[in-house]
Design a protein around this ligand. Sequence first.
Ligand SMILES: C[S@@+](CC[C@H](N)C(=O)[O-])C[C@H]1O[C@@H](n2cnc3c(N)ncnc32)[C@H](O)[C@@H]1O
Length: 224
Amino acid sequence: MNRFWKKTILPIIEKTTRKHIVEIGCYTGVNTENIIKYCIKNDAKLSAIDPYPLFPVEEWKELYKDHFYFYEDLSLNALPNIKDYDIVLIDGDHNWYTVYNELNLIEENNNSFPIILLHDVSWPYARRDLYYNPENIPEEYRHPYGTDGMIPGQSELVAGGFNCTLNNALTEGGEKNGVLTAVEDFLDKSELNLNFNLIEKFNGLGIIYPNRKELNKKIESCLE
Ligand SMILES: C[S@@+](CC[C@H](N)C(=O)[O-])C[C@H]1O[C@@H](n2cnc3c(N)ncnc32)[C@H](O)[C@@H]1O
């Protein structure tokens, strides 16, 4: 997701003057640091969520004080405890169950719907689940999976394909499989008037936001 920071994510945050950012999935904290820098400059705060962070969380809390709050937990446990945010960056567990429920929790817990940016809405995880830790996903939502990789245009996994060390669903497509499928199912179910844009490059960035004229103009100007 951090590859979208300069050209798309930061311009959206700046043009829409966001004050409380939620980041789901921090990994080594590259994008987390980008967001914190914005927060320090703009009197904003970040609430970041990751069950397995790969950066010195306690040091950063000390250093960045009330610009940085951290939840070392799964997104579906942490989200209900975070209030009054106006943008969410979703880049955590790339499977239908997690993303569909993240989107529902965000809708349920906010009077005004925030801007949501989601990574991995294009190949390979648009129509295929990935499980960081399969045990976190209820069995009825977990597709059979394996640790072979993927090649475009082929449903079955192949030895040595892309991301061949991760827990990838054995087949692509079908119901409740993949990040873009989760987004579409959420948009079908939601009664709110929402827009959705998709940038295909770098494995895909999706943007969900309330359909309002002024906001549409600002976001569309960051998509070029
Ligand atoms: C692709 S990496 C994130 C990359 C980061 N956003 C960036 O742009 O550099 C995915 C991260 O999601 C975290 N993760 C996995 N399952 C999660 C969950 N259920 N909730 C929150 N984070 C999760 C992993 O620990 C990992 O650090």
